[in-house]
Design a binder for this molecule. Structure first.
Ligand code: PEP
Ligand code: MG
Length: 923
């Protein structure tokens, strides 16, 4: 049997096989094969990584190093250099790269192959002693840290000491002899810290480095990142190692290094974007150690190379049909492309670029839709600073990831994580960030750094996460040790509140008010395309006229759930609702309902008008009515205070009586002056009312209210409540129709479990609707349907459909009922542990459980449509806004999903994805 192939040259690797070669490796192969000037190299596959990790001896698979030697021989041939050669040495970089890009999460080693011999070769080759020692000291530190586990601080100490002694502020000011001394000190550091001399044999270095990169796949940073972004082994399993000939951007003023985006990742504008540094190595740009120049300046500084760079950019986009994030190096006037990958951009930029790429003919509409992850669109709904806010920022940096965020300053990632877990909003403030800060990013509302550019670590990671970020705010002096930062003469301490604006880069003291974002024209265009493709309609859950208008703004095709009880919660309405609940007789209850009728009618009318001609589904009262009363505990406390107050009021009353007897003339007007303070009736009345409420609350108390006297059960025990609601809806619709407004009201009944319940409520409607129609002289096109949120209702779907023109799955209750998990308690009691232990993959209250709840829905749709073929079916639980759940809803042929208004854009795009990717779906 032929031995497994683990090593591939860039000329032979399959550029599409990212699982095997990692994204970076596959791309290097592809780039080489399409004729880009890539430095020669080869890839060691992810399969080698998995074999290495699972080997108890931690050995590379047999034969790998032999293949590596063969490949190195080929690099030697291609470059005319020799690995370990004293005259014209070949140096290589060793980089990680898995199938899914994980920026900065794993390790990279540069300048591998350097030792005291090759160093002199490099110096001779470049004619630049300073460059030789600079490369050497960088290599020792990086290799020492990544491959040998020596912490940076051991090196930094020496580096700073030599810098101080040499009297230079920036690294570039160090001379060759300083760097030589640093290199020597670094070699000693390695010897001291590891107990062994620094390895000098280039092949030994290479083997150690390959193993270190493989090990970094299981390092904490990478593991945390994969967990946070739900990167499963099916998506990326193991890292590949890319061994690439080093090219140098620091060989003098005809050399440079930089990173580019084929379009602006902040705005999506079709203009090359990026940064470069002359006479520097790539890590200077990424780490934000020196502030780079905008790429457009290269046009003046190196016009020929700028033109070549523009050509490279055009080639990349026309080949990949996607925005690319690429790294380049210019070595003595020759441009090399070191890597390229799909650019991580914020949602705004993704949307703009998608629309423009369609217009440029680079991609078609379907591709434009598919390139955007629906969840990303939520970013577009991020708040921004209130434009009417007039205070000046205290300083500004570079806006690197849009959105505004306020929070308490924290100076390190651990504190961010700790305080974040306590529910505090924090802004992570650092001089610069490193990959090990990743847990701080997750916990923070936003990130602020005093150094670095738009491609620094902080900027790239925050953009990927969609968190507001400001970088390069050099007006701030951050002192992490003292846990303070200086801006001018103002000292900021840990815990002070600041606001950052990731768009403009501004920093403000305190919490600045924010406003809702607006829809861009590009987003409207893109979502318009999505609507054309999608089969599912996207409705919104909206309960008030304000919500209804917002839903329309976000492109909802109607309201799929109006929870009418939320209309009762407004401050001036609640007392009427309480009056209704406290009523001892039907007549008394009717009096309160008569007051609610015009309020509800006017809300419905306003909503129907805002939505016209879209449909609006009104759900009749659902929650147990005790929810409108204060809790028993609160009522008891209130009663206790009222009794105390009664004592005081009686005291005042007898004081007044005494004063009047003692000095009748002086105290004649005392009653008037004391006002209500002297009025015992008011206190007595308040006590009476509170006692009545307490009594009612006790009567209504249930052990399991969510399984209790709620939904249609209320509508059957108190028919007058549902009748009032039905009348309000019919009258609102009739008024609209009379005004020429095209309305499509629908009404549905919650928590139904039998067909008979539906018939009873339908009976109310059959009395009210004709009466209203007659009075107004109109015909109301009202649809009558049911919520499906009880297991029995699903199992009797065929019968339910006889009395319902539509079904709306209430997957919040249906999930509760299917799992027997309390929707009130499960999420903060045992569900996190269930996810951790992989008992469940997701929180089923967030992502629809397709295997259980979904199966029930599927059965119900099937049986329902058998009895009523034109049955309309939708879903209105929280899961309806989740892309995975939407895929399933498409698959079982629902007509619509209804989610909260801010999720509507996400759902519209997800519905289009569901259609475009339906052939791949498998549940
Ligand atoms: C549901 O149960 O899914 C639903 C939409 O209703 P509510 O959340 O109001 O119970
Ligand atoms: Mg419900």
């Amino acid at each position: 049997m032929a031995a497994q192939k683990f090593v591939y040259s860039f000329h032979e690797g399959d550029g599409k096989n990212k699982q095997l070669l990692g994204g970076k490796g596959a791309n290097l192969c592809e780039m080489t094969q399409i004729g880009l000037n890539v430095p020669p190299g080869f890839v060691i596959s992810t399969e080698a990584c998995l074999a290495y990790i699972s080997d108890p001896e931690h050995q590379l698979p047999a034969g790998v190093m032999d293949r590596v030697r063969e490949q190195i021989a080929q690099l030697e041939q291609a470059t005319g250099k020799r690995f370990g050669g004293g005259d014209n040495p070949l140096l290589v970089s060793v980089r990680s790269g898995s199938a899914i890009s994980m920026p900065g999460m794993m390790d990279t080693i540069l300048n591998l192959g350097l030792n005291s011999d090759t160093l002199h070769g490099l110096i001779k080759q470049s004619g630049n002693e300073r460059f030789g020692y600079d490369s050497y000291r960088r290599f020792i530190q990086l290799f020492g840290k990544v491959a040998l586990g020596v912490a940076d601080e051991h090196f930094d100490e020496h580096f700073e000491e030599v810098k101080r002694r040499a009297g230079v502020a920036v690294d570039i000011g160090l001379k060759a002899e300083d760097l030589k001394e640093i290199s020597e000190r670094f070699l000693t550091v390695v010897q001291q810290q590891t107990g062994k001399p620094f390895p000098t044999d280039p092949y030994e270095q290479l083997e150690i480095a390959i193993k270190a990169v493989f090990n970094s796949w299981m390092g904490r940073r990478a593991v945390d990142y994969r967990r946070e972004f739900h990167i499963t082994p099916e998506m990326a399993n193991g890292t590949a190692v890319n061994v690439v000939t080093m090219v140098f951007g620091n060989l003098g003023n005809d050399s440079a290094t930089g990173v580019g985006f084929t379009r602006n990742p902040g705005t999506g504008e079709n203009l090359m974007f990026g940064e470069y540094l002359v006479n520097a190595q790539g890590e200077d740009v990424v780490a934000g150690i020196r502030t780079p120049k905008p790429i457009l300046e290269l046009e003046k500084e190196m016009p020929r190379l700028y033109r070549e760079l523009v050509e490279l950019r055009d080639k990349l986009e026309s080949h990949y049909h996607e925005i690319q994030d690429f790294e380049f190096t210019i070595e003595k006037g020759v441009l090399y492309c070191l890597q390229t990958r799909n650019g991580k951009m914020n949602a705004q930029a993704m949307v703009r670029a998608s629309v423009e790429m369609v217009r440029e003919g680079l991609v078609d509409r379907d591709q434009a839709l598919l390139r955007i992850n629906p969840t990303m669109l939520e970013q577009l709904l991020f708040p921004r600073l209130d434009p009417n806010y007039k205070r000046e920022p205290i300083t500004a940096g570079i806006g690197a990831s849009p959105g505004a965020a306020s929070g308490l300053i924290v100076f390190d990632a651990d504190t961010a994580e700790r305080r974040g877990k306590l529910g505090e909003k924090v802004i992570l403030v650092r001089e610069e960030t490193k990959p090990e800060d990743i847990h701080g990013f997750f916990a923070a509302q936003g990130i602020l750094t005093s150094r670095g550019g738009k491609t620094s670590h902080a900027a790239v990671v925050a953009r990927g996460m969609g968190k507001p970020c400001v970088v390069g705010a050099d007006g701030i002096h951050v002192d992490s040790r003292a846990r303070s930062a200086l801006v001018g003469d103002k000292v900021l301490h840990e815990g002070d509140v600041i606001t950052i604006d990731g768009g403009s880069g501004a920093l403000y003291l305190g919490a600045v008010p924010t406003v809702e974002p607006e829809f861009s024209d590009e987003l409207a265009t893109l979502l318009g395309w999505a609507d054309e493709v999608a089969k599912l309609k996207v409705m919104a859950n909206a309960d008030t006229p304000v919500d209804a208008r917002r839903a329309v703004k976000y492109g909802a095709m109607g309201i799929g759930l109006c929870r009418t009880e939320r209309m009762f919660n407004a401050q001036e309405r609640l007392p009427i609702v309480v009056e209704m609940i406290l009523a001892d007789s039907v007549e008394e209850r009717q009096q309160a309902l008569d007051k609610l009728l015009p309020i509800q009618r006017s809300d419905f009318k306003e909503m129907l008008t805002a939505l016209a001609p879209r449909p609006m589904t009104v759900r009749l009262l659902d929650p147990p009515i005790h929810e409108f009363l204060p809790t028993e505990q609160r009522l008891q406390d209130e009663l206790a205070s009222l009794h105390q107050l009664r004592g005081s009021v009686h005291g005042v009353e007898s004081l007044v009586a005494t004063l009047k007897v003692l000095h009748p003339e002086q105290n004649a007007g005392l009653d008037d002056r004391l006002g209500i303070l002297g009025d015992t009736h008011l206190v007595e009345e308040a006590i009476g009312r509170t006692e009545a409420m307490l009594k009612k609350a006790r009567t209504l108390r249930e052990v399991n209210p969510m399984l209790g006297h709620r939904g249609v059960r209320l509508g059957i025990t108190y028919p007058e409540i549902y009748r009032m609601q039905l009348r309000a809806l019919c009258e609102a619709a009739a008024e609209c129709i009379k005004e020429g407004i095209d309305v499509h009201p629908e009404v549905m009944v919650p928590n139904v479990c039998t067909k008979r319940e539906l018939e009873i409520v339908k009976g109310y409607l059959d009395e009210i609707k004709p009466e209203v129609e007659k009075r107004y002289g109109v015909t109301i096109p009202l649809k009558y349907g049911t919520m499906m949120e009880v297991v029995r209702a699903c199992l009797r779907a065929g019968h339910m459909a006889e009395n319902a023109a539509f079904f709306s799955f209430g997957t919040n209750d249906l999930t509760q009922a299917t799992f027997s998990f309390s929707r009130e308690d499960a999420e903060n009691k045992f569900l996190p542990l269930y996810n951790e232990k992989k008992i469940l993959d997701h929180n089923p209250f967030e992502v629809l459980d397709v295997k259980g709840v979904g199966r029930l829905m599927w059965i119900a749709v099937d049986w329902g449509r058998k009895s009523r073929p034109d049955l309309k079916v939708g879903v209105c639980g929280e899961q309806a806004g989740h892309p995975e759940s939407i895929r399933f809803c498409h698959h079982i042929d629902l007509n619509y999903v209804s989610c909260s208004a801010p999720r509507v854009p996400v759902a519209r795009l997800a519905a289009a994805h569901a259609k475009l990717r339906e052939a791949e779906y498998d549940w």
